[in-house]
Design a protein around this ligand. Structure first.
Ligand SMILES: Cc1cc2nc3c(=O)[nH]c(=O)nc-3n(C[C@H](O)[C@H](O)[C@H](O)COP(=O)(O)OP(=O)(O)OC[C@H]3O[C@@H](n4cnc5c(N)ncnc54)[C@H](O)[C@@H]3O)c2cc1C
Length: 135
């Protein structure tokens, strides 16, 4: 039987951290965050300029400072985060397959899965020809 959690969140960037805190504060305390990187915070760790936090915290923060607020809250709530853990598959029945150095390839059953893996831009040249021909 695979390990089971009520909510498995894939990605420990700002969206994943906020989802974890939101779920916990709404009463679902069995939350697991899986993050492929060696630290939480996602892309915000690259955003070293200020301007973050004005709406949420009423102060100017850099990206890493803003992310740290959420990381601290996640730690305070005791939400489990597994770093260096890359999700490679999700089945229709919400079996999440992940790989990490310490656990190898392993399966986790989720009551619900939150996809918070961010996104990336794709340059025009990377789109296939059929799609481009319609533009
Ligand atoms: C150069 C740059 C400047 C920016 N400047 C600003 C700004 O000034 N103001 C602003 O509001 N926003 C800015 N942004 C945008 C902001 O950083 C993003 O909107 C925000 O980080 C998105 O959060 P996210 O959690 O959705 O995704 P991300 O921050 O991308 O986090 C996704 C996480 O998921 C993890 N992940 C992905 N796939 C897997 C997998 N298979 N298994 C496990 N983990 C996985 C990634 O490692 C990552 O940690 C900027 C972005 C960039 C790139």
């Amino acid at each position: 039987m695979p390990e089971r959690h009520d909510i498995v969140i894939i990605g420990g960037g700002p969206a994943g951290l906020a989802a974890a805190i939101g779920a916990y504060e709404a009463g679902c305390t069995d939350v697991l965050i899986l993050e492929r990187d060696t630290h939480l915070g996602g892309i915000l760790n690259q955003c070293i300029h200020n301007g973050f936090g004005l709406h949420t915290f009423g102060e100017e923060l850099t990206g890493p400072e803003y992310a740290t607020r959420y990381m601290d809250k996640v730690a305070e709530l005791g939400i489990e985060c597994r770093l260096d853990t890359m999700v490679i598959d999700i089945s229709d029945s919400r079996i999440v397959t992940a790989v990490s150095e310490d656990r190898g390839v392993h399966a986790i059953e989720a009551g619900a899965v939150v996809l918070a893996m961010g996104c990336r831009e794709r340059p025009r040249g990377a789109l296939n020809r059929e799609r481009l021909s319609g533009w």
